[in-house]
Design a protein around this ligand. Structure first.
Ligand SMILES: NC(=O)c1ccc[n+]([C@@H]2O[C@H](COP(=O)([O-])OP(=O)(O)OC[C@H]3O[C@@H](n4cnc5c(N)ncnc54)[C@H](O)[C@@H]3O)[C@@H](O)[C@H]2O)c1
Ligand SMILES: O=C(O)[C@]1(O)C[C@@H](O)[C@@H](O)[C@H](O)C1
Length: 313
């Protein structure tokens, strides 16, 4: 037996998340720290519950002794009304992906934003954030837009098939970042903005295994563009592949996936995870275990088998 102060019971609430790599990332890192830590997917599709049941699931989890939950599509906004406290950044984004249960209270955070920010710094070092066209302004898109503006983007164009959603996000962000130009643009007008942009971001599900394709015509890309995708299943989306072939600097969705997991693990346990080790494990899970990075000679034997770099997300 163990109480909730002696071990960790964590879940991921969302639809279609049974194959998520976040649970194995947390569990393996916890093992390396000698923590007793179980992380279970709570797949709404499998248990036949709607996104609106997230509050009931949180309360059931609290009563059953869970320490925390990650929250994903379609619940990142739906969960807001069930929180007792919310981190200021998550409040600004109006999306939560991590809920800590402390003394019976639900405290919400957004590690998608911090995870994208860290991954951007490591994966696209030295690029000019400058002017960005971002496709998708939902849960991930809100976090990424916030990250880009806090990284210094001066112009951000949001493109979403849900035009009202993009307009709403753009006006919220413009109010909070008055020195930047933030606007919603139609897919047609995005063409001219991509031509003038430093970077292009995909924060839509287009490119996932079950949603193949690209959110815009990749013929618009030039080698000078940097390109970021948030999708990590697959890691090599059609957009990432096309951008790499063209010679663009590219950030795949794995950087954000590891970054959000690193930050959530730290919040849940209070223990600083080894982000490079989590990145290596993630790449093994995705079958990309030979990512070209280096591990210091002092690393444990098992880790020296991989030619990888410390501190790379
Ligand atoms: N790497 C990570 O850590 C990470 C984190 C969160 C989400 N994701 C991924 O991000 C993607 C989006 O997730 P989400 O939670 O934001 O979903 P969401 O449904 O909240 O938002 C997606 C948005 O994209 C828009 N959209 C769809 N097709 C479009 C198109 N062709 N052009 C423009 N807009 C379009 C939708 O209208 C919606 O507003 C998913 O693939 C998810 O797996 C990755
Ligand atoms: O890896 C996933 O499946 C996630 O759902 C991705 C993203 O939505 C994160 O915010 C979640 O914490 C985990």
């Amino acid at each position: 037996m163990s109480t909730r102060n002696e071990s960790y019971l964590v879940g991921l609430i969302g639809d279609g998340i049974t194959q998520s790599l976040t649970p194995p990332m947390h569990e393996a890192e916890a093992d390396r720290h000698g923590l007793r830590y179980l992380y279970r997917p709570v797949d709404l599709g499998v248990i036949g519950r709607p996104g609106t049941s997230v509050g009931d699931l949180l309360r059931a989890g609290r009563d059953l002794g869970f320490n925390a939950f990650n929250i994903t599509h379609p619940c990142k906004q739906l969960v807001l009304e069930h929180l007792d406290e919310i981190d200021p950044r998550a409040e600004a984004i109006q999306a939560v992906n991590t809920v800590l249960i402390r003394e019976g209270k639900f405290i919400g955070y957004n590690t998608d934003c911090s995870g994208f920010t860290t991954g951007f710094g490591h994966g696209l070092p030295g690029v000019t954030v400058g002017s960005v066209v971002q496709f998708g302004s939902g849960g991930a898109g809100s976090a990424v837009a916030e990250a880009l503006l806090s990284l210094g983007a001066q112009r951000l164009c949001l493109v979403d098939v849900d035009v009202a959603r993009a307009a709403e996000r753009a006006s919220e962000l413009a109010a909070r970042y008055p020195d930047a130009v933030v606007e919603a643009v139609t897919a047609e007008r995005a063409t001219e903005h991509i031509a003038a942009a430093d970077g292009v971001v995909n924060a839509t599900p287009v490119g996932m295994h079950h949603h193949p394709g690209t959110p815009f015509d990749v013929g618009l890309l030039r080698p000078e563009h940097w390109v970021a995708d948030v999708i990590y299943l697959p890691l090599e989306t059609p957009l990432v592949r096309a951008a790499r072939a063209l010679g663009c600097s590219v950030l795949d969705g794995g950087h954000m996936a590891v970054g959000q997991a690193v930050d959530a693990f730290a919040l849940i346990t209070g223990v600083a995870p080894d982000s490079a080790r989590m990145r290596r494990h993630f790449l093994e899970l995705t079958g990309q275990g030979d990512d070209a990075v280096t591990v210091p000679a002092s690393a444990p034997e098992g880790e020296r088998n991989h030619e990888k770099q410390e501190g790379v997300l």
